[in-house]
Ligand binder design. Structure first.
Ligand code: ADP
Length: 626
């Protein structure tokens, strides 16, 4: 083993993060203590778990704990735990690099505006590096549980580019010593420390101890200053909102408060406790790395942390939930594989789903402003549940919010129940249109007739919508119907029927010549009941996938069979009349092609030959000038 001191350089990203952290987080500087204590607590959790299969690991010092001590003369503050510790390779890996994939994107996304950046850094979770907000030098001494006493590691850095690492003697666990900056000496004050621990880390399940002071000086004796009981194991009535929020923050490394939470103890054939939180916004990783990381629901068994089991305990559409599940009945030696098939786990999982949906229901009912925030942050994730969780489909659908032709702007605030409440007498379907943006949905020609009749149409402009809606055929006994698919059979009376027949009869020559002109690019040309303002639109058969969705899938490398497009025309539109009356064959061709191409563009389809389209438009615009 190499015991000489070695100097190594941080990964470039680490230096940048350090710099940003120290500058942007200054106004929240005291969070460093929460972060270090949270790491220490995780380390104790990990050791307790490892000791389940190897009791010797904790033999030398069995009572897991965290100690915070200040040396006023030296100007140092030390956070020490006797948890799992790290070996040399782990120190380099965990402290000298930033393993998370989104780091670079994260750095690019910073705006230079300190306020916004603080939020981002908070979402990113700074952890250990927050020590450099208040310290100009940090020393970490650690020894992995099970390693011989001479195999400790000392790591030191001033946070400016490189660090040293050497082998040393050390007790089991990790101690982090901060050489406080001159103007940060307030963190040496015993009262201040006690206050911060009570405020931010009271819920930590291991004792956090401070030296007992005598005549203003610390003694060798320590006293526990936190509750040291797992927060979720306490009875609800004894826990304040502040405590719930503090626990949420250390669990999630989030800077913001949780939006809502639910805390339940279930006793019966099996007993367990659930504490689930809805965050305010997605964590940094999910936003920037695009990685669907499933972290944040911790499984404990009789207060012993076992593993992060978000995937086993929550369906994907609730992956934003954070929290803790503590089971009284699962075996301590449970593995991921066992979790996958265990009956008790399946029950806990459905309890988690039920509680999460109850919580969202309550939020929607009692705190609409917060629910709007929730919809903006996670509404699209929740939509996945329509496909994923057939049993709860109706409940999930009730929680979704959309834009519609009757809502203002892009805020999604229309619930299906609102829609149903506004349905017209005799209206039997919930109408919607999908497109690849809200603006495109709003401008879809296919909804013109519905609009003209004042029938509300949901405007679905998110990528997931087309897929989601494929699973939502009905809500509260009402069919959901796509305004751009199939026949628009809005109930018509005899007079209207006759009128339509007459129009179709008169339009026959136009239809025929368009069919001939477009050949097999369209499956059918017909007179539209949907259009009032536009000359033409594309319609698909009832069960075909929307064109923008087909394009996305093709771009992602999927083979999607071509759909038979139906071109509908509005015979009353001047452009269609012009086409019908045009005697110059070339011009007539141009107009006919344009009727089709315009409809394609509006439907989010790609033109087969954009250059030819542009040439055509130009020719038509310049008619009379040649
Ligand atoms: P995070 O805790 O979010 O993963 P940190 O930067 O705080 O990020 O820590 C990085 C890693 O360093 C941790 O995941 C852990 O593996 C290790 N680590 C930090 N502090 C300790 C500690 N006190 N004991 C053992 N390992 C630690």
């Amino acid at each position: 083993m190499n015991s000489a001191t070695e100097t190594r350089t941080f990964e470039a990203e680490v230096s940048q993060v350090l710099h940003l952290v120290t500058h942007s987080l200054y106004s929240h500087k005291e969070i460093f203590l929460r972060e270090l204590i949270s790491n220490a607590s995780d380390a104790c959790d990990k050791l307790r778990f490892a000791a389940l299969s190897d009791a010797a690991l904790t033999a030398e010092d069995a009572e897991l704990r965290i100690e915070v001590s200040a040396d006023r003369e030296a100007g140092t503050l030390t956070v020490r735990d006797n948890g799992i510790g790290m070996n040399r390779a782990e120190v380099i890996e965990n402290i000298g690099t930033i393993a998370r994939s989104g780091t670079r994107k994260f750095l690019e996304s910073l705006s230079g505006d300190a306020r916004k950046d603080t939020q981002l850094i908070g979402q990113f979770g700074v952890g250990f590096y927050s020590a450099f907000i208040v310290a100009d030098r940090v020393e970490l001494v650690t020894r992995k549980a099970g390693a011989a006493s001479g195999e400790g590691v000392r790591w030191q850095s001033s946070g400016s580019g490189d660090y040293t690492i050497e082998t040393t003697d050390a007790p089991r666990g990790t101690s982090v010593t901060l050489y406080l900056k001159d103007d940060e000496k307030e963190f040496l004050d015993a009262w201040k420390l006690r206050d911060l621990i009570k405020r931010y880390s009271d819920h930590v399940a291991f004792p956090i101890r401070l030296p007992v002071e005598k005549d203003g000086k610390p003694t060798d004796e320590f006293e526990t200053v936190n509750h040291a009981a797992a927060l979720w194991a306490r009875s609800k009535s004894t826990i304040t909102d502040e405590e719930y929020q503090a626990f949420y923050k250390s669990l999630s490394h989030d800077f913001s408060d949780a939006l809502a939470w639910t805390h339940n103890r279930v006793e019966g054939a099996q007993s367990y406790t659930l504490l689930l939180y809805v965050p305010e916004k997605p964590p940094f990783d999910a936003v920037f790395s695009g990685r669907d990381e499933r972290r944040g629901l911790k499984l404990y068994i009789r207060r012993v942390f076992i593993m992060d089991a978000s995937e086993q305990l929550l369906p994907a559409y609730l992956r934003f939930m954070r929290g803790v599940v503590d089971s009284d009945d699962l075996p301590l030696n449970v593995s991921r594989e066992i979790l996958q098939q265990n009956k008790l786990v399946a029950q806990i999982r459905s309890a988690c789903v039920k509680r999460a949906l109850d919580l969202l229901d309550k939020l929607a009912k009692d705190e609409p402003a917060k629910f709007t925030q929730f919809t903006a942050a996670f509404g699209n994730v929740l939509k996945g549940g329509i496909a994923e969780d057939g049993a709860n489909r109706e409940r999930i659908a009730k929680l979704l919010r959309f834009c519609s032709t009757k809502s203002e702007g892009v805020q999604k605030d229309v619930a299906l129940d609102d829609y149903i409440g506004r349905m017209q007498a005799g209206q039997d379907a919930i109408w919607y249109i999908t497109a690849d943006s809200y603006a495109a949905a709003k401008g879809s020609p296919q909804i013109e007739a519905l609009r003209a009749k004042d029938i509300e149409v949901l405007l679905l402009g998110d990528r997931i919508d087309e897929w989601m809606i494929g699973y939502l055929h009905e809500y509260a006994g009402k069919r959901l119907r796509n305004a751009a698919k199939g026949e628009l059979d809005a109930a018509v009376d005899e007079v209207e029927k006759e009128r339509r027949q007459k129009v179709a009869e008169e339009a026959k020559p136009v239809i025929e010549s368009l069919s001939k002109l477009l050949g097999d690019r369209v499956g059918e040309v017909r007179v539209s009941d949907r259009l009032t303002q536009s000359p033409s639109c594309i319609v698909l058969a009832e069960y075909e996938m929307a064109l923008h969705m087909q394009r996305l899938l093709r771009e992602a490398g999927h083979a999607v069979p071509d759909s038979k497009l139906i071109l509908e025309i509005n015979p009353a539109h001047p452009l269609v009349c012009k086409f019908a009356a045009e005697t110059d064959e070339a011009r007539r061709d141009d107009l006919g092609q344009l009727l089709f191409e315009e409809a394609q563009v509006a439907a989010g389809d790609q033109l087969a030959d954009p250059a030819a389209f542009i040439a055509r438009v130009n020719r038509v615009l310049l008619v009379g000038q040649d």
